[in-house]
Design a binder for this molecule. Sequence first.
Ligand SMILES: Cc1cc2nc3c(=O)[nH]c(=O)nc-3n(C[C@H](O)[C@H](O)[C@H](O)COP(=O)(O)O)c2cc1C
Length: 214
Amino acid sequence: MKKRFLLVCIGIVCAALLCSPATGHAKRGLPDYVIEKSYGDNATSGNVLFIVATYYGSTYRIAEVIAEVLSAEGFKVDVKLADTFVGDIAEYDTVLLGSNIYIEDWNDDARAFLDEYQTELAAKKVAYFCVCAVLGSDLGGKEEEYAANYIKKIAEDYPDIVPVADAAFAGAVDYKILKFKDWLLMRLMFMKSGNWTDYAGVVSWAYDLSDKLQ
Ligand SMILES: Cc1cc2nc3c(=O)[nH]c(=O)nc-3n(C[C@H](O)[C@H](O)[C@H](O)COP(=O)(O)O)c2cc1C
């Protein structure tokens, strides 16, 4: 009986491994295009530190669009990655944080950044947004409510940081690039794949943000 149970378990694991297109590159890290970058050298409107926390790149793609808009509006924008960021934020007028949502919470690196710099952030202009899949899912009309709860979480956990703007954007799920454990988790949750980002909405949010920062 025990032997049969063991064989069934091994069978399930092998089937999952074989079916997973991500198995061959399970240790792959961030996509190559996710790099630290600066936008807008001739800034007239102020300088922005843009911290991006991403696992698979869709948050970064959204950040690129926002950074382009802000630099066109006269800001200097330094895009830095949350997982490696250290240093002084004093030189920046504004701090912008973008994070993916991972298992009902903000990326750990985004939270670590907020933990580390919350005192300084409380005295600065701050804006934050999250990128999630609920906004691309069918949750019987509750999608916006779920997404709003992600924002609320951060507002409640860091009450001294009062953002000039916040947002939740729909992100993307691509099974081909997920690490195996994430792939399995998403399959178990019957999450569909897709890219749901409304880039026109992102651009419009970025222009609103620029107005608030001027
Ligand atoms: C393992 C895993 C768990 C996730 N959990 C959630 C979640 O709880 N809520 C949600 O809205 N989206 C969830 N997502 C979806 C991501 O937030 C979404 O795919 C986002 O675009 C990923 O951003 P990134 O490409 O910058 O990492 C999850 C994705 C993965 C892979």
